[in-house]
Design a binder for this molecule. Structure first.
Ligand SMILES: [Fe+2]
Length: 336
């Protein structure tokens, strides 16, 4: 589906309205080379329509594009909102935290126009994510099982909750368009059990579907064994290349809540153009991950990070069933 520029501009207008951008606000468009120019143009157009002030900020991309650039950081922090086409959270410093602490709303956007228009967020997306977040708040344990053999238990409480609903309407909130999921990080060394990846599960950053079973044995918070055929061999080899024991830590865990995100999107989207958020957000997935926890305020900053949305899993939180065999069932949420 090819979308027109006016459809794209309208989508941006909807998202900026949901993000409560007002005419008296200043919005920073944070850019870098090779971004999707149609998105930038549509965002600028929609901001003009609202009557908000906007400006582009393009730091020179070196090792520290922003950290030591006090003027650029001041520009980000004094904006009411940052539309992030660059990836503030990808920088290996605390730039994103600093901007959030200043109260700036941040919306990260890298997907191609077609995906943005298909996945225009709604207030209902936020409601579902907030309901799921309420279940995680104060929870002690998450348990994930599947017919394929996954049986993973983690304790909770040490780390914050990551909620993404697709727009940024609260001071200091970071979000991602498109999105629609909730996650948290397991307590240190608490993840235990087995994760069985099955055909159709998705491995990011490979942006590839699993084609044959991979079994991960998990002890005291770390993946200790990766068994299986060719797919397992690639995963094992890739993780090993980092020569970093922290690469094997279990990272954020959660589930997808976006009924419009598509598991199959990766089969058709240009992989060079997509970050793959359909895969991370499709309703009912269990999003398993490995690697860093710096986003959660932890100190594990390994460069090896996998996001692995899995199908057909059942996720429960303190005994309360959130998904059953890949379908969202939690109370307060529309059955999908
Ligand atoms: Fe991740």
């Amino acid at each position: 589906m090819a979308v027109s520029q006016s459809e794209l501009t309208q989508a941006w207008r909807t998202v900026l309205d949901l993000s409560k951008v007002r005419p008296d606000e200043t919005v920073c468009l944070l850019i870098r080379p090779n971004i999707q120019l149609r998105n930038l143009e549509a965002a600028e157009h929609a901001l003009r329509d609202i009557g908000a002030f906007s400006f582009k900020l393009e730091p020179v991309m070196d090792k520290r594009p922003l950290r030591d650039n006090a003027v650029a950081m001041a520009a980000l922090k004094s904006s009411q909102m940052v539309i992030d086409f660059m990836g503030l959270h990808i920088l290996r410093g605390n730039e994103q935290d600093e901007v959030a602490k200043a109260g700036t709303r941040v919306l990260y956007t890298v997907e191609p126009p077609d995906a943005l228009v298909r996945l225009i967020p709604t207030a209902d997306d936020k409601r579902r994510v907030r309901n799921a977040e309420a279940v995680l708040r104060g929870a002690r344990q998450m348990h994930i099982v599947s017919k394929a053999g996954t049986d993973l238990t983690v304790d909770l409480g040490e780390y914050p909750i990551l909620s993404e609903w697709g727009y940024s309407d609260e001071p200091g909130h970071w979000d991602h368009w498109p999105a629609g999921f909730v996650a948290t990080w397991p307590n240190e060394r608490s993840a235990r059990g087995k994760v069985v990846l099955s055909p159709g599960d998705i491995i990011f950053p490979f942006k590839a579907y699993v084609r044959e079973t991979i079994t991960l044995r998990i002890e005291a918070g770390y993946v200790r064994n990766i068994d299986g055929g060719f797919d397992a061999e690639v995963l094992r080899e890739y993780m090993g290349e980092y020569r970093d024991p922290e690469a094997y830590a279990v990272s954020h865990l959660g589930w997808g809540l976006n009924p419009r995100a598509r598991w199959s999107a990766l089969a058709t989207l240009d992989k060079a153009q997509t970050n793959g958020n359909d895969g991370r957000a499709f309703a009912g997935n269990f999003l398993f991950s490995t690697g860093p926890n710096t986003d959660a305020g932890g100190t594990r900053d390994t460069r090896c990070h996998f996001d692995i949305p899995m199908r057909h899993c059942s996720v429960s939180v303190d005994g309360k069933q959130m998904t059953v065999e890949g379908k969202v069932v939690a109370e307060g949420q529309t059955p999908l």
